[in-house]
Ligand binder design. Structure first.
Ligand SMILES: NC(=O)c1ccc[n+]([C@@H]2O[C@H](COP(=O)([O-])OP(=O)(O)OC[C@H]3O[C@@H](n4cnc5c(N)ncnc54)[C@H](O)[C@@H]3O)[C@@H](O)[C@H]2O)c1
Length: 254
């Protein structure tokens, strides 16, 4: 799919990987709607991105809010692409320090945000894309965001790893399910990316994280995520796949 003139919704677009995807898609001539929490910097970030960006406030775990934000993108020339980056982790153990069963609230919070949020992205995004005219055999392309934690979750990530493995599992099913509508679905599983999340860590901690990446021997750049997301949308034959973007890292247990 050509990005030029196409309306793309980007969840979590006010920060980090989503923002980098927005920049890349605008550079390719696309139009973006940043969907992020009302408390985010989405409004000012969209202004900085220029005339081809707009902000639509929504919590992606709320279907009505998410649908309304996607409608905003749809009114911007017809929604054909969606990059779903909104997500987060919350550390937890199966047993806490006292040996008590871990919090089901912490488990459910992350599943709701990352996994149910991704299902909402698929369902609500595809609903709008399916109404678009077919152009060169395509109506839409959806990019989900998992994590290498889907494969090697670390101690403290039982909820996060489960949510991200669920996204990897959904990818081929979603591609098959939406094939008749000519909508493709792919997933990026990033390694350790240098987003604002990691920017808050001490330099020595960042250095030790970077040291665990085989090649290149550094953290991933958000722009590298943006480049891959744009390329997935552009490449019509890429479907049902999860791509690790991680410098060959394989996470240690902790
Ligand atoms: N940074 C990394 O190293 C890394 C590695 C693997 C996977 N990921 C995944 O990539 C995605 C983006 O991460 P990031 O590093 O860019 O994080 P980030 O914190 O910089 O950006 C995430 C954005 O999502 C938004 N968001 C959070 N909850 C939301 C909700 N309920 N509704 C709408 N927006 C919401 C936040 O406001 C924020 O702007 C996440 O799914 C994360 O799990 C990140």
């Amino acid at each position: 799919m050509e990005l030029k003139g196409v309306s793309t919704a980007i969840t979590g677009g006010a920060s980090g990987l989503g923002l980098a995807a927005a920049q890349r898609i605008i550079d390719a001539g696309g139009r973006v709607t940043l969907i992020d929490l009302p408390t985010s910097d989405g409004e000012s970030v969209a202004k900085e991105l220029g005339a081809n960006a707009q902000f639509a406030a929504a919590d992606i775990t709320d279907r009505e809010q998410f649908a309304a934000a996607l409608d905003t993108a749809d009114r911007d020339g017809g929604l054909r692409a969606l990059v779903h980056c909104a997500g987060a982790g919350r550390r937890m153990r199966i047993l806490d320090k006292e040996g008590n069963a871990g919090s089901s609230d912490d488990f459910e919070f992350v599943i709701r945000l990352n996994l149910i949020g991704s299902f909402n992205a698929l369902a609500l995004g595809a609903e709008r894309m399916a109404r678009q005219p077919d152009v060169d055999g395509e109506r839409g392309a959806i990019v989900l965001t998992a994590s290498v934690a889907a494969y090697e979750g670390q101690i403290g990530q039982i909820n996060y790893a489960a949510s991200k493995a669920g996204i990897v599992g959904m990818t081929i099913v979603a591609a098959r399910d939406l094939a008749s509508k000519h909508i493709r679905v792919n997933t990026i599983a990033p390694g350790i990316m240098d987003t604002p999340l990691l920017g808050r860590l001490r330099d020595d901690v960042r250095d030790s994280l970077a040291a665990t990446v085989p090649n290149p021997h550094r953290l991933g750049k958000p722009a590298e995520y943006g480049q891959l997301a744009a390329s997935i949308i552009e490449n019509a034959y890429l479907n049902g796949e999860t791509i690790r973007l991680d410098g060959a890292i394989r996470m240690a247990p902790r």
